[in-house]
Design a protein around this ligand. Sequence first.
Ligand code: ZN
Length: 122
Amino acid sequence: MTIWNDLRKIEELKGDEFGLYRYLLEKFGKRGDKAFFYVREGHVKRYRDFFVVVGNEEYIVDEKFCTCRDFQINLKAKKPCSHIIAVEVAKNLGKYDVIDRYYIDFTSISARRGWRFGAGLR
Ligand SMILES: [Zn+2]
């Protein structure tokens, strides 16, 4: 069982918010706790192209990818960050805002594609 499978198990806890919270804490620790908070407080937005989680900044989540530093640096893109978990929880509970437009952010898209730019180009 990988941690990504643990993420998929969120689906099974549909309708059981308390059980879901406990599961998140158990499996993902403080990231799970934060994810639950994001969903409860309405920080998850679904755009036409991506999910966006609003924290200190706005983070783009696309399946197993997030634009935050925690995901890219601490987790090395191998485990879900709180934003990815939040999107799974939001989908499960149906708790997200739907925004009927595209979220176009060049930095995020280039990061997702693994493009690297020299500091001089920014
Ligand atoms: Zn993230």
